[in-house]
Design a protein around this ligand. Structure first.
Ligand code: BDP
Length: 725
């Protein structure tokens, strides 16, 4: 067979294989499949002829291989690595490594970007028309490379490029709630990707792919283990394993951090206490930090959950969060490590869980060491699909606050419901705390600009596991993506990020982008409607799977048989539905949590008439017959919301059905099955909640709404002892 013919045949069969091979989602948003639109392909091929990378570091080697893989994949193998400059060369590097780039005299512009920042420019070098990706440091070049490839992946213009980027928030972290036995807390995508048993000797390839995915959206740190931390992660055995992961992640600009159990000095350190004021305990943490830094010179620091949900802390010794955090911060400080102390604290004896983080931490403002972050969940209770923002944002100007978002879908249907969380993250980041007058948004608190902090940080509880597509639900990839993109630039909109993700995951065709974007943009509100409309919250079952508004005390059925009388783990505590009305009175006549906000936010929430509908039952106990803005009574409004939520899931389903044959078959099938689960569970949520609240309100379900076909007793009897924890 003649050689050309053979190559042609081979070429065809490869193309066919590519088409036949279904997409299992492993490649995330970094697919780099050949651009299928012929005009676009031609346009890019005219503009890009090849690439040059300068510098020899491991990071620069990744840059070069990423550009090669990206350009060859998107444009075809006609793209060459260049030895000499030609028109259409893409050059990536730093000034220090590249005399060519240095000759552009960009120092002034480079001054203005951070060490992670970059410029992407069309320019002329030695009389050649080129595109440069230039960073202050190698990591900036890598971030710029992903940005440039994203332009191609999303079919953007690449003429007259003049891009200047620096991240707005310095620490952009994933928090893995992964246990050493590879189970995960609140993980819905298989098991932990950290194969602790085989580390440090056996290295899975996917560690590199994970790091690559993070770097592509600018995530620069990972807390490897669960905040409900095993003290054993701090033993020498595990430190060597952690060091291996740190070594793999380092060239991708990712530092590792560990969640530390406050009792470690006692449990694994041979001390007889973990009292933060005990000199021996202090020395133990100092030595332990030194040991870690000996193995991992750029170790990020510790994250601590203390005196929270039964986890040990300084209060056992009559000490405070301040004592605990500062003691650990002192151990890390000589190594430039940081200490993240969580504000997720609440006590069963308190009148209102929503008040507690503020009450406990506000008095410490200005007293933490300067390498301490207080890590605050976005809402005052716990990652509910909607909460008002935590009043700590804006209230402690002398404290470094780190935002904690949840990416994993603990309260969003356990990972089988389609929930794009971009709109929720943005709702929180955009909200005005009024702490320094108008314009004091949560985003400005977090990026440090409001109070001139030099440290800033944001964390997202990861949704990554061993499932082939990483996140279980394909659409959950978008939450990993949007978290990273917003951590880098919180001014981007949820909608533009959704569109980027769709273009890179599915297609650049408007007929695909438009319906999927619509599905994503309504998805969070849809879930709020069928789970916790109008400011209801925390009405989940003991396992957090499914509704249980009837739950008065916390009860784990067999095989665990655990009964707790913690009212603050019951649903009733949060909705307080009685014959008169429903909702938690947090105004001055109730817990007065509303007083923790600055005016005018406080006044707006305080008054029944000005409180936004979405927070109504969060702040007020309202009579069932109260007339809402819509003209409906509160009872009717609750019902309409639950029903609208289910309708909206059906709308999402219909939109997806319309994409059959237009998106990859495996993707289609996977999402179709997930949506069926979601529809069934939305009906479950709706019926269970409406029937339960009806048993209290004693009012009929409004005419015209389909009646639940099962009884309240049926819903109460449902039990899922092995639902993921
Ligand atoms: C709750 C989770 C629990 C976590 C806790 C936390 O149910 O598994 O340990 O948050 O953030 O939402 O510490």
């Amino acid at each position: 067979m003649n050689r050309i013919f053979f190559i042609l045949i081979l070429g065809f069969s490869l193309i066919n294989i590519q088409h036949l091979q279904a997409d299992d989602g492993y490649r995330l948003w970094l697919k780099y499949d050949m651009i299928s639109n012929p005009q676009k392909l031609e346009y890019y091929k005219q503009s890009i002829k090849g690439f040059m990378g300068t510098g020899e570091s491991q990071t620069m080697e990744i840059v070069k291989s990423e550009i090669k893989m990206g350009l060859e994949g998107l444009l075809g193998s006609c793209i060459q690595q260049m030895d000499n400059l030609e028109d259409g060369t893409v050059i990536a590097g730093t000034i220090k490594d590249s005399p060519l780039l240095a000759s552009l005299n960009l120092e002034d512009r480079m001054q203005k970007i951070s060490h992670e920042g970059y410029l992407i420019l069309n320019t002329t070098l030695s009389e050649k028309e080129v595109i440069i990706i230039i960073g202050k440091e190698d990591i900036g070049v890598l971030y710029g490379t992903y940005h440039f490839l994203r332009l191609l992946q999303t079919h953007q213009e690449i003429k007259d490029l003049d891009i200047t980027e620096s991240p707005k928030i310095k620490l952009r972290l994933l928090n893995h709630w992964d246990n050493l036995d590879r189970t995960q807390s609140r993980g819905y995508a298989g098991f932990s990707i950290w194969d602790w048993h085989k580390l440090p000797d056996y290295i899975h390839n996917y560690y590199y792919d994970y790091a690559r995915a993070n770097a592509s959206v600018g995530i620069n740190g990972v807390v490897l283990n669960n905040v409900n931390a095993s003290p054993y992660i701090l033993t020498s055995l595990y430190i060597k394993k952690v060091a291996k992961l740190a070594e793999i992640f380092r060239p991708y600009g990712i530092k590792v951090y560990l969640a530390a159990n406050f009792n470690a000095p006692k449990v694994v350190g041979g001390q007889d206490s973990y009292d933060p004021l005990d000199k021996k305990v202090q020395l133990w943490w100092k030595n332990k930090s030194e040991e870690i830094y000996d193995h991992i010179p750029d170790f990020g620091g510790f994250l601590v959950k203390a005196n929270s949900e039964g986890y040990p802390g300084p209060q056992e010794y009559g000490r405070t969060h301040l004592d605990g955090a500062n003691m650990m911060a002192d151990a890390l400080r000589p190594h430039n490590g940081i200490l993240m102390w969580r504000a997720f604290v609440y006590d069963p004896s308190s009148v209102d869980r929503a008040r507690e983080a503020y009450d406990e931490f506000k008095p410490y403002d200005g007293k933490f060491r300067d390498n301490v972050f207080v890590q605050v969940k976005n809402g005052p209770v716990d990652f509910q699909p909607r909460e008002p923002f935590s009043p700590l944002f804006g209230a402690v100007p002398k404290t470094h606050l780190m935002m904690e978002f949840q990416i994993t879908q603990e309260y969003f249907g356990f990972g089988t419901h389609l929930a794009y969380l971009g709109p929720m993250y943005k709702e929180v980041l955009n909200v005005d705390t009024y702490s320094r007058g108008k314009g004091s948004t949560v985003a400005k608190v977090i990026d440090g600009s409001l109070d001139n902090h030099t440290m800033s940080g944001i964390a997202g509880v990861a949704n990554v596991g061993t499932d082939r597509n990483w996140t279980g639900h394909l659409f959950a990839q978008s939450n990993w993506y949007v978290f990273g993109r917003l951590a880098w630039d919180h001014q981007l909109t949820a909608e533009e990020i959704a569109e980027e993700w769709i273009r890179m995951t599915f297609s650049n065709e408007p007929g695909i982008i438009i319906p999927i974007k619509k599905m994503m943009m309504i998805s969070r509100e849809t879930i709020v409607k069928y789970m916790i409309p109008l400011g209801l919250h925390h009405i989940i079952s003991w396992s957090h799977y499914g509704p249980a508004p009837w739950m008065k005390v916390y009860y784990e059925p067999p095989p665990r048989d655990y009964i707790s009388d913690r009212e603050d783990w019951s649903s009733y505590y949060y909705h307080k539905a009685d014959s008169i009305g429903i909702g938690f009175n947090r105004t001055a006549s109730g817990s007065n949590a509303v007083n923790q906000y600055f005016p005018p936010v406080r006044d707006r929430f305080m008054s029944l008439t000005s409180c936004p509908d979405e927070y109504l039952l969060w702040f007020h106990h309202v009579e069932w017959d109260y007339r809402m803005r819509s003209g409906n009574t509160l009872w009717e409004e609750i019902c309409y919301h639950y029903y609208a939520g289910v309708d909206s899931v059906r709308e999402i389903q219909a939109r997806w059905e319309g994409l059959k044959g237009k998106v990859d078959d495996e993707h289609f099938d996977h999402v179709q099955q997930m949506l069926r689960i979601q529809e069934r569970e939305a009906v479950w949520w709706r019926n269970a909640c409406v029937l339960y609240f009806q048993s209290v309100s004693k009012r009929p379900i409004p005419a015209g709404l389909e009646k639940p076909n099962k009884s309240l007793e049926y819903y109460k009897s449902l039990d899922f002892p092995y639902a993921p924890e």
